[in-house]
Write a protein that binds this ligand. Structure first.
Ligand code: SAH
Length: 219
């Protein structure tokens, strides 16, 4: 174990537990998610200079104009994705630093994650290895296309705001599967949950959101 995750000071297990209690206070109820977030060392996913702020309720810069979502946002999106059910195979669009993928690795059997910026992915791979998230496969690709060769997924989570739901992501949902995606409409963002049912797709708008934009192509 290296110094960064030896559990001292502002990055200790106790700090993580305080974050979990705060999430409870903010209304997160899914114990499986709270347990996973209590285990994943969020500080190893951010630059060393920011490590002491990793457990605060805020998004943090990752470089290249991108941000790691706040603990509440990650917890809320995962709660919507899981809805108390079992996740076998999930896809994340926007790996960023890999933190959300690492939490997902404790909730699902297989995790696939796509990132358009190659330099971010290089770091994410290292972070995921350090966090021992061995069931996560990452790829440098345009997430608008999903990952057709691994489909269908019983959950797809998009960590960047789209103008509309990419058709490929809808198509790659398993029956009963859920897509959690922030959508921008008239300049305002909201988190949506789209479920594939036997009667078609059911779209539910959940709450306001604040994400970086989902961009086309590779960076
Ligand atoms: N889940 C991440 C947060 C990612 S921020 C974490 O835990 O750190 C959103 C990410 O989406 C950024 O890294 C951005 O580069 C990426 N992104 C934006 N558009 C994309 C696209 N079309 N395909 C793949 N990744 C994309």
């Amino acid at each position: 174990m290296n110094a960064a995750n030896s559990g001292i000071g502002m990055t200790s297990q106790r700090t993580r537990m305080r974050m979990v209690e705060r999430l409870r206070g903010q209304g997160i109820r899914d114990e499986i998610i709270l347990a996973a977030m209590g285990e994943v060392p969020r500080h190893i996913f951010v630059d060393e200079a920011l490590a002491s702020r990793a457990y605060e309720d805020m998004s943090l810069p990752l470089g290249f104009g991108q941000t790691i979502s706040s603990p509440y946002t990650v917890a809320r999106m995962l709660e919507l994705l899981r809805s108390g059910g079992v996740l076998e195979k999930v896809l994340e669009i926007g790996t960023g630093c890999g933190y959300q993928a690492a939490v997902l690795s404790r909730l699902a059997r297989e995790v696939y994650s796509v990132e358009r910026l190659a330099p971010l992915l290089t770091k994410a791979r290292r972070h995921l290895r350090d966090a021992r998230a061995h069931n996560v496969r990452v790829r440098n690709a345009d997430g608008n296309l999903g990952m057709p060769e691994q489909a269908p997924f019983d959950g797809i989570i998009v960590a960047a705001a789209a103008m509309h739901v990419p058709q490929a992501l809808r198509d790659q949902l398993a029956m009963g599967g859920k897509l959690v995606i922030p959508l921008t409409h008239h300049g305002k963002q909201a988190l949506h949950v789209i479920e594939k049912t036997a009667q078609g797709y059911v779209d539910r708008k959940v709450e306001v959101a604040n994400f970086v934009p989902l961009l086309p192509g590779l960076g």
